[in-house]
Design a protein around this ligand. Structure first.
Ligand code: AMP
Ligand code: MG
Length: 327
């Protein structure tokens, strides 16, 4: 069985062909870049997606040496994400499904990050840190769902980094540039460390960092922001690890590419005799394979929706989603 996955939740339009034994036969994407200092504009991003979609889809099939006729299913990212962007992917998927008479499968974007992560790292039963643009969550699978053991109460870690980057004139997403600035920082400045129960709040760090820009260097602020935010995450992850006693910690989503975060989490994993697994950088950011692979897993369990019932949900929560292959 092979299928096509279409990703379009935010800045990325991606398409990938995978087989049900986990072979990624193609993974093509085109990423919308907002002007420097600006955030992602949903309408502009959706226009970008409409413009690049024909080529991305064509290239993805060509790379896999397949045609639409060869596909056994079409999966699309149904949420959470930006409405106009989600609609582009869902509409294309619905059309392809109806025209070629192929089963259609809506996939939760966060489930996509996690399941692709387990495919690529070999994780069996991990404590998951889902650190993408739209999610900051600590999760573990129980009874056919990903259960949340801690999450942000306001902005995500990725948004903290991107909004700080934007305030110093960087283009979004600015994770790699902020990381580079942070590596040059030397002096630690206090920023609000806010952990409530096992949840996190990052908005105070953003406000304080922006206010300090007049008196503190960008490098020192980037360094301090990373140290405080990553320590908060490590504290909550460690508590969840102590409770669940999982043998693996797996980090997925774009922020997983950060080297300093890896260092901090390595020491957490070591203290608990757990293995730290990080999704390969090439697959850390949004991509079609994270949609195609769960599509294959759902299809094996007989899931699909009628094209006229294809939905999108901009604020779809991950713990509402059934994942029948997770006991
Ligand atoms: P995703 O939604 O999974 O594509 O993740 C995008 C987020 O990952 C954005 O907020 C990026 O700024 C962030 N990101 C990417 N690379 C890094 C990095 N090296 N350090 C921290 N954050 C990063
Ligand atoms: Mg993502």
């Amino acid at each position: 069985m092979i299928g096509l996955g279409i990703e379009s939740t935010a800045h990325t339009f991606g398409a990938s062909v995978v087989s049900d034994n986990g072979r990624i036969m193609s993974n093509v994407k085109d990423v919308y870049k907002p002007p420097e200092g600006a955030g992602i504009h949903p309408r502009e991003a959706s226009r970008h997606h409409s413009d690049v979609a024909p080529k991305v889809l064509k290239d993805s099939l060509k790379k896999a040496s397949k045609t639409y006729h060869d596909l056994d299913f079409i999966a699309y990212s149904a949420g959470p994400g930006l409405g106009p962007c989600l609609r582009v992917g869902a509409t294309l998927a619905r059309f392809i499904s109806a025209y070629y008479d192929k089963p259609l499968i809506p996939v939760h974007h966060g489930v996509g990050h996690i399941e692709l992560g387990t495919l690529l790292t070999g994780a069996k039963d991990p404590l998951v840190l889902l650190l993408s643009g739209g999610h900051t969550m600590i999760l573990s699978a129980h009874d056919k769902r990903w259960r949340v053991f801690g999450e942000t109460l306001d902005i995500t870690l990725g948004q903290l980094i991107d909004q700080f980057g934007r305030s110093v004139g960087l283009s979004s997403p600015s994770g790699p540039q902020v990381e580079a600035l942070a590596s040059k920082g030397k002096n630690f400045v206090q920023l609000p460390y806010v952990v409530k129960g096992n949840d996190l709040s990052f908005s105070g760090i953003l406000s304080a960092a922006k206010k300090s820009l007049k008196s503190v260097s960008v490098e020192d602020l980037a360094y301090s922001l990373q140290e405080v935010a990553f320590s908060m995450l490590a504290e909550t992850a460690e508590r969840a690890l102590a409770l669940t006693k999982k043998p693996e910690i797996m980090v997925v989503g774009g922020v997983a590419a950060n080297k300093r975060l890896k260092e901090i989490l390595s020491s957490v994993a070591e203290r608990h005799g757990s293995e730290l697994l990080i999704v390969p950088a090439e697959y850390a950011g949004d991509n079609g394979a994270q949609i195609a692979w769960p599509g294959a897993l759902y299809r094996k369990h007989g899931y699909s929706v009628q094209p006229e019932r294809a939905f999108i949900d901009q604020s779809w929560r991950i713990d509402e989603v059934e994942v029948p292959w997770r006991g």
